[in-house]
Design a protein. Structure first.
Length: 392
């Protein structure tokens, strides 16, 4: 009873804090993961490459290998929070970082690792370093200065090793604050006919200027049809989460296109694709990262303007979005802003899984920072790419 009362107290305090912070943010024109313009969406007309930098695989920081960066967001002080997707049982304790990323219009990009911390469980202990219990994928700054983060959990036919996906809030030092209530449709059931597919869940997380949190799965839920292929796309679900109550709200369909590049004959596995991240550029307006990979070829990255319009259907009450189910709905609007092939302007694209707002250039233009998950692989690196935002 006392534990429940403490949780209710924290939730009430948080709700009051959100109300105050969002009022302050509105007065200041936006904060946290928003676009810095209050409710007005950023009118992105184009993106221009500024520069890039890489941290080699094998780089050690405080005795732990750096890498697996699957989430990135800029803090109000100009530093960056970065989340590693080390699940535990791999390189160490599941963890996140504070980075410095410096650049100007000249093209030189410098990345500095400043701090490392472990995400902690509700009982205050870190997630284990010796077993897979989480799969961290995205991190965003909350309006109150805390951090939201998502986990794909861990699919297993062994019930003792199965951990459900989640979206949580933590303090900047990793202490547990609360867990959002995500729809049951995302839960692991059998990895075949219903529920989430293993390693295909909460890759994308965004915080709108009004504070609404959006989360999306990487590729189709089992009940929503086949995953993306060379011949056909798929559909994922984008769910709005209420920052005050933690409850799930409206849900929208996002259509992924077919995989653009095939793997050559004899490749160890076939090509794949998915929605790897979303960044809010306004309320109900996003830049989505679509990441495709073909073994022996490389990565193709699309940055897509994705909007929830008045005509977009709330699909939360639709059990299946599979074509065979015959459900009628209008998905989110989708427009490609930039397509980066395997080699883009001299840069060989890596496994881009993160996108964040960056610093403002001397010419007054804002920037985006992309980051890659190196999979702790010797033939990859942790890549950071800076893009200048050209606005209408």
């Amino acid at each position: 009873m006392q534990a429940r009362q403490r949780r209710r107290g924290r939730q009430a305090t948080f709700a009051a804090g959100i109300a105050w912070t969002m009022a302050a943010c509105a007065a200041l024109g936006g904060c946290g993961g928003g676009n810095g313009k209050g409710d007005a969406a950023v009118a992105v007309s184009g993106l221009r490459l500024v520069g890039s930098a890489s941290i080699p695989t094998g780089t050690m920081f405080e005795g732990v290998e750096f890498g697996g960066i699957s989430g990135l967001d800029r803090a109000p002080d100009g530093s960056y929070w970065a989340l590693s997707d080390d699940r535990g049982g791999e390189r160490g304790t599941p963890r996140f970082y504070n980075l410095g990323i410096d650049y100007d219009g000249s093209g030189a990009v410098r990345v500095r690792i400043d701090r490392q911390a472990a995400m902690r469980r509700e009982d205050g202990t870190p997630f284990p370093a010796t077993a897979r219990t989480v799969d961290p994928e995205s991190i965003r700054v909350a309006p109150n200065g805390n951090l939201y983060w998502s986990s794909e959990g861990n699919w297993s036919t062994n019930a003792s090793a199965l951990y459900q996906p989640f979206v949580r809030e933590m303090t900047p030092d990793g202490a547990f604050v609360r867990q959002f209530r995500t729809p049951d449709a995302y839960r692991y059931v059998d990895n075949a006919t219903t529920g989430s597919r293993g390693n295909k869940v909460f890759e994308a997380l965004a915080v709108a200027p009004d504070g609404t949190v959006y989360v999306a799965n990487e590729d189709a839920l089992a009940q929503d049809g086949s995953i993306t292929t060379l011949s056909a796309g798929s559909v994922v679900r984008v769910t709005a989460l209420d920052p005050a109550t933690g409850a799930a709200g409206a849900q929208y369909a996002y259509r992924l296109p077919p995989i653009p590049v095939d793997a050559p004959a004899g490749a160890p596995f076939g090509p794949d694709s998915g929605l790897s991240e979303m960044l809010a550029i306004g309320n109900r307006r996003f830049i989505a990262v679509e990441r495709s990979f073909a073994a022996g070829v490389g990565n193709t990255i699309r940055l897509v303007r994705a909007d929830i319009e008045d005509a977009t259907t709330d699909v939360g009450g639709i059990a299946s979005l599979a074509p065979a189910a015959g459900a009628a709905y209008t998905p989110m609007a989708r427009k490609v802003l930039l397509e980066m092939p395997v080699v883009y302007q001299g840069i060989r694209m890596d496994n881009i899984e993160s996108i964040a707002w960056g610093a403002t250039l001397p010419n007054g233009h804002r920037t985006l920072v992309l980051a890659s998950d190196n999979n702790f692989s010797a033939d990859q690196a942790t890549q950071f790419i800076v893009l200048e935002v050209l606005e209408n």
